[in-house]
Design a binder for this molecule. Sequence first.
Ligand SMILES: Cc1cc2nc3c(=O)[nH]c(=O)nc-3n(C[C@H](O)[C@H](O)[C@H](O)COP(=O)(O)OP(=O)(O)OC[C@H]3O[C@@H](n4cnc5c(N)ncnc54)[C@H](O)[C@@H]3O)c2cc1C
Ligand code: HEM
Length: 413
Amino acid sequence: MLSERSVQIIKSTVPVLEVHGVAITKRFYEMMFAAHPELLNIFNHANQKQGRQQTALANVVYAAAVHIENLAAILPAVKQIAHKHRSLGVKPEHYPIVGEFLLKAIKDVLGDAATDDIIGAWGEAYGMIADAFIGVEAEMYKEAHQQPGGWEDFREFRVDRKVQESDSITSFYLVPKDGGAIASFLAGQYVSVRMAIPEDQFTHIRQYSLSDAPGKPYYRITVKREDGGESHPDGRVSNYLHHQIKEGDILHLSAPAGDFYLNLEDKRPVVLLSGGVGLTPMISMLNTLAEKDSERQVTFIHATENGKVHAMKQHVDELTQARPRMSAYYCYRNPSDQDRETQAFHKEGTIHLEWLKTIIPDQNASFYFCGPVPFMQAMNQALKDWGVSDSDIHFEFFGPAASLEPAAASAAR
Ligand SMILES: Cc1cc2nc3c(=O)[nH]c(=O)nc-3n(C[C@H](O)[C@H](O)[C@H](O)COP(=O)(O)OP(=O)(O)OC[C@H]3O[C@@H](n4cnc5c(N)ncnc54)[C@H](O)[C@@H]3O)c2cc1C
Ligand code: HEM
């Protein structure tokens, strides 16, 4: 329990720290990586450079501090992060390091305004927040390890097959090198891949959603090649996977994780909405529903640029056409002449509520979505405008969690 005095100090300083939140977390990372460069083996360098991770960390620390008297209120957020921490290999011994540099960064940014009392109270609060994470993560490590086919940390997998799905998307079928069983997972969950690229000083860890239904002797991940542009370099790991990793090569995977998954208890209609490579968890869910021969009404809606980058179209068409309760709709932002000739898509432009209303039979359904952040913002807004309740809206970010408000509805694709 925090002392009453510390609670008062935390509450009165949260607004000040929030204002400086991003500066503090930016400084925190600079100082921590200077003292502990080995942590660059865990953290995503691109997220750091773009500031997304800084914002996510700051938001959670302040949300936790606001609820410091009742940490249970932020348990869902803790669990989502703890899944990612577990999948990355974050361990209890890392927490004091983060705590030390968070306090040093507060002191550094606030200067004299950060009195000993303030630093002391935040040190106490951080200890409580860290304990909450460590406790939840300990359970998750135990579960990952003790489940049938499970393991702790990273395990070697051989690339059994590499299959091109579109101009920019490729699937990798992964089997354990030791020939043992593999843990099951829930449709929608992801694995972390740890990659040592010979010319890079540090390893890279990236998450990839499992793109097939559970219960197979392999895991399948489906990866978009992130091409660079004038202002940004090629994505490091996705390009390495596409260009260098061959069948027979070894990848290091942690056990499946994540709190975004298809609820199989729910018997109501389900709507799977995806933009670009955000289709991967939706394919896992679609395949799962098809294999279970579910009675549920399933609507699969996919938005992408055009037919060239449309992955797994034939598979989805075959699956849905063979099942009266399943239907698939495609929205192309920039269809080619060939796409028009073959009537490969159902809508041109972006997805908006009026169109959704014409293809979804009933809004009393479970909605799952994933894609680029502007796509997700638009879907979230559309569903809210339609009156869908928060408890029926489920989503996954392919990066650090971001805000879904305010909706950039026109940017949807
Ligand atoms: C839960 C989850 C599930 C995911 N599932 C999938 C999936 O199924 N399929 C999939 O393809 N991806 C998925 N991702 C995304 C994936 O983890 C990687 O983020 C993605 O493959 C890009 O990694 P990369 O190493 O190629 O790019 P990075 O090197 O991490 O770069 C990412 C982006 O940042 C830009 N960038 C890098 N450095 C800079 C810089 N200095 N300045 C400005 N911009 C910069 C790059 O150009 C690139 O666009 C998922 C992510 C999460 C969190
Ligand atoms: C109480 C302390 C901590 C809090 C509040 C916290 C919070 C967060 C948050 C909010 C995210 C983003 C999750 C997402 O949306 O995907 C995250 C990711 C991450 N965290 Fe933590 N974290 C804490 C401690 C730690 C520790 C001790 C480590 C290990 C040194 C760590 C390593 C990471 C890494 C590597 C990521 C992935 C993000 C990336 O690489 O860009 N965290 N954490």
